[in-house]
Design a protein around this ligand. Structure first.
Ligand code: MG
Length: 300
């Protein structure tokens, strides 16, 4: 299933799932689940009221998930797609962990060696923004750049998990743009200053469940700027694959449901063009990953 968060007109944000049949409102689906004899689940009901995918994942409501998979959408649960404005599918993760230099071609283009331990950095929730929301260009920034990345959403608590078991700890995947202000990023040895701007992490359009995507290492990642293809990478070129990243991070800290990992970007960022080609006000950035959909954000 593809989990989304959406706003309908002036109403509050809701959680939904999206498939070929359209958008299904999860509060209405839960009401029907209860009507059909499903057991009450306080944590799930709270997650739906809060429209928090993190809380929904943490609630681990397996019976409700099975209901959603087994029972076709009823009219009472259907939301007209044209009335939906998509929000960031995950807005309140406990952590957003960035992985640096995780594609061989990107490391090469920026003149860096790949290493046993990739550089790590953080973003916070102020950076998360919707799949079609604008990217703010701060007035002092002259080197705004894009990075298409596979976003990994953790499904259950992971502490010192072996690589061969690590994928079972993943809830799903999404597209994330690790927007980076290069002028801020390279003022010091720590990249953080360039990564934490407001709206510097457009996300979405959905979080697709792991079992619906299959192997995460056979995906194409693409970026277009104003219709021109700039990045065309493949997850098989990752230095540290999804299982290795989840396992390796779980050695450093306990990962929690809803934690988000931005797993690194392939070649083609604006910084590595000669001369560099940074984003300007008005530019339209489109990113797409196989099976996960596309996000499109205008720089403002
Ligand atoms: Mg990045």
């Amino acid at each position: 299933m593809q989990f989304i968060r959406y706003r309908r007109g002036a109403r509050s944000v809701r959680l939904g799932v999206r498939d070929a049949g359209g958008v299904r409102d999860l509060r209405a689906a839960y009401e029907r689940y209860r009507t059909l004899g499903g057991a009450p689940d306080a944590a799930l009901a709270k997650a739906l009221r809060q429209a928090s995918l993190r809380a929904l994942i943490a609630a681990d409501a397996r019976a409700f998930h099975e209901f959603l998979r087994a029972q076709a959408m009823q009219e009472s649960e259907r939301v007209p797609e044209e009335a939906v404005t998509l929000q960031a599918p995950l807005h309140d993760p406990g952590r957003v962990i960035g992985i640096g230099l995780n594609y061989r071609d990107h490391a090469r283009e920026v003149g860096q060696e790949v290493a046993d331990f990739p550089p790590l950095f953080a973003k916070w929730t102020n950076s998360l923004t919707g799949p079609f929301d604008p990217i703010p260009l701060p007035p002092d920034v002259t080197a705004l750049d894009y990075e298409v990345e596979l976003g990994i959403v953790i499904g259950r608590r992971a502490c010192r998990v072996a690589p061969e078991e690590a994928l079972a700890y993943v809830f799903g995947y999404t597209v994330i743009n690790d927007v980076s202000a290069r002028d801020r990023q390279f003022r010091t040895s720590q990249w953080l200053a360039g990564k934490i701007g407001d709206g510097f992490a457009p996300l979405g359009p959905a979080v697709t469940e792991r079992q619906d995507l299959g192997d995460p290492l056979v995906l194409e990642l693409k970026t277009w700027v104003n219709g021109e293809l700039r990045q065309a990478g493949h997850t098989r070129d990752m230095v540290h694959g999804v299982a290795a990243l989840v396992s390796g991070l779980s050695e450093l800290l306990t990962l929690e449901p809803g934690d988000l990992i931005a797993s690194g970007t392939p070649a083609g960022v604006g910084m590595s063009a000669k001369p560099p080609r940074y984003l300007r006000s008005g530019d339209l950035v489109r990113m797409e990953i196989t099976g996960l959909g596309a996000i499109e954000n205008r720089v403002l």
